[in-house]
Design a protein around this ligand. Structure first.
Ligand code: ADE
Length: 265
């Protein structure tokens, strides 16, 4: 639907680009001519994704821990050496685990906040200063979650994602003079590997609780990332857009889990 060369000559970094929504986003940028860096902590995931994505276009990978400032700085340096510029940062990497709020231990809480909120912040600050501010041009797309009614069952990620939602607004205003645009995407329940971390019981019958009566596709999230980072959205900044089949307008989709949390992020 977009011009085939819409992102030709553009360099794009997608964190968490080795799987799920991140990989779908990377794939669509590649199809439209971009050079795409996919980043993850997990080398094996990156290598597997590159086998597939490398057949579509100029895809490269970076080992990156978004909780580690030195790792982020090294990634920025690496991109600078390879392409000399960055046009779009997609902050997609994240992680959480379902748990009743009272059972979340400080370690698990901190890990989720550090990854989803602090990681997104450190990435945005570093890449804005290294690339977007000197270039006087850049786009950041933050992938968050449906937080309209809080996030019962995952208090930590709800708080972190709400933080990113707010950060998106603040930075959109502060960095507008540098021609940096920031927007966020809030996916609803998306059919992807990201759902694997949840117990099957939690996912049973979800479709019936979504107005459109189906889960979303990773491509449907990726389409919005393309739009928000293309010139078609040049006058849009500081917004969070829901890709959720109407779920956020309707109600909660799952019960608060009552089991012991399995912290794995
Ligand atoms: N995905 C989940 N956690 C991450 C991290 N700390 N760094 C990069 N990608 C991640």
């Amino acid at each position: 639907m977009y011009q085939p060369n819409l992102f030709a000559g553009k360099t794009i970094l997608v964190t968490g680009g080795g799987s799920g929504i991140g990989k779908a986003i990377a794939k669509q940028y590649l199809q439209l001519g971009a050079t795409v860096f996919i980043a993850s902590r997990k080398l094996e995931k990156l290598e597997n994704a590159l086998t597939e994505l490398g057949q579509i276009g100029d895809c490269r990978y970076l080992e990156l821990n978004i909780r580690d400032v030195e790792s982020i700085k090294a990634a920025a340096q690496n991109i600078k050496e390879q392409t000399g510029r960055l046009d779009v940062l997609v902050n997609n990497a994240g992680g959480q685990f379902p748990s009743a709020a009272e059972l979340i231990a400080p370690k698990g809480w901190n890990a989720v906040i550090e990854t989803n909120l602090t990681g997104t912040w450190l990435m945005s600050q570093t890449f804005a200063m290294e690339f977007f501010m000197p270039q006087k041009e850049g786009v950041i797309v933050n992938i968050i979650a449906n937080i309209v009614r809080g996030f019962p069952g995952m208090a930590h990620t709800g708080a972190a994602r709400a933080g990113v939602d707010n950060l998106t607004k603040t930075l959109a205003v502060e960095w507008a003079p540098y021609h940096i645009r920031l927007n966020a995407i809030a996916p609803g329940i998306i059919k992807s590997t990201g759902l694997d971390q949840y117990p099957p019981d939690l996912l049973k019958g979800l479709e019936s609780k979504i107005p459109m009566k189906r889960l979303g596709g990773t491509d449907e999230v990726a389409h919005l990332a393309l739009f928000l980072s293309s010139p078609l959205s040049n006058y849009i900044t500081g917004q969070t857009i829901y890709v959720d089949g109407g779920q956020s307008l309707w109600g909660d989709v799952w019960e608060v889990p009552d089991f012991e949390p399995k912290e794995k992020i």
